[in-house]
Design a protein around this ligand. Structure first.
Ligand code: ARG
Length: 287
């Protein structure tokens, strides 16, 4: 969350300094002479101020923010759904959220947090939606409601090219890496009974790195991020046999049927217009 807040704050600061061109030189120079920590604090405080200002400005833009702010909790370690590109968080989910927010006349704000914090964040009402390549599951439905699904997905196994693991059965007794709290974690955990050890990482890519370093034998993760990680790294492959078929949907605080209905309405429009498919196609090339 900090990172994204900072990114937003920095963006707001840039906008702020553009519009206040020339006026803040003295301030900047004064700040520069201060101790590093103080300076960082000052900048952060200024950025926060600016962020508020920027937010106020955008409410004045016609058609924008009329419905307020839509806060999206995500975990931007999951390409192509949400990932960092320079200082920005981009991806399929981000574009879907932007399109929905636009339809609802709201301004989107993104919170980048640990994956296993997303449901608590939505549950507590700190975030309006959880949009993070999140699979609908019975267990999660106990804590949050979900929109209609917007895409299907699956869990796959990544191994080194020379691995002796050829399919799910071969995971028995192995070291399996997953992203903490994901469905990959849940499915891989079934293999604990068969003598496997599950290594849980805060980011999926950390699991892939650990495997490339020989610390673990396999990674269980969603197909599309798996494709990205495999295409960007030598010597690893995805096994053909998928472990599961899943659906991704938007998580909402339990009982907030009004928001679920709004989201479903917007999603239906995006599906009908072909916009949803266009967003997906922008990030995932057809096989
Ligand atoms: N689909 C999986 C799940 O729901 C993994 C999602 C991970 N998403 C992320 N943004 N890191 O558990």
């Amino acid at each position: 969350m900090k990172k994204q807040v900072l990114a937003l704050a920095l963006a707001a600061l840039m906008v702020g300094s553009l519009s206040a061109c020339g006026g803040s030189t003295a301030e900047t120079t004064a700040a520069a002479t201060e101790a590093a920590t103080t300076q960082a604090e000052t900048t952060k405080a200024e950025a926060e101020k600016e962020e508020t200002t920027a937010g106020e400005v955008s409410t004045e833009a016609p058609g924008e923010a009329a419905g307020g702010v839509l806060t999206m909790a995500t975990n931007a370690e999951f390409p192509p759904y949400e990932f960092h590109d320079g200082g920005e968080i981009v991806g399929i989910d981000v574009e879907i959220a932007e399109a929905i927010a636009e339809k609802l006349g709201m301004t989107l704000e993104i919170e980048d947090i640990a994956f296993d914090s997303i449901i608590p964040e939505v549950d507590s009402g700190k975030a309006d939606i959880g949009l993070a390549g999140m699979t609908v599951s019975e267990d999660r439905l106990k804590n949050v409601d979900f929109s209609e699904p917007y895409t299907t997905a699956s869990q796959v196994i990544i191994v080194k090219n020379e691995s002796d693991i050829a399919g799910p059965d071969d995971l028995a007794g192995k070291y399996i890496g997953v992203q903490l709290g994901t469905t990959g974690d849940i499915y891989a955990s079934d293999y604990e009974e068969e003598g496997s050890t599950i290594e849980r990482y805060s980011k999926g890519f950390e699991a892939v790195q650990a495997m490339m370093q020989g610390k673990i034998d396999a990674v269980v993760i969603d197909l599309e991020p798996a494709k990205v990680f495999v295409s960007e790294n030598e010597g690893i492959k995805i096994l053909d046999e998928a472990l599961t078929v899943e659906e991704y949907a938007i998580a909402v605080k339990k009982g907030n049927t009004e928001l679920v209905e709004k989201l479903n309405g917007a999603l239906a429009e995006l599906k009908d217009s072909g916009e949803l498919q266009a967003i997906i196609d922008k990030y995932i090339s057809a096989e």
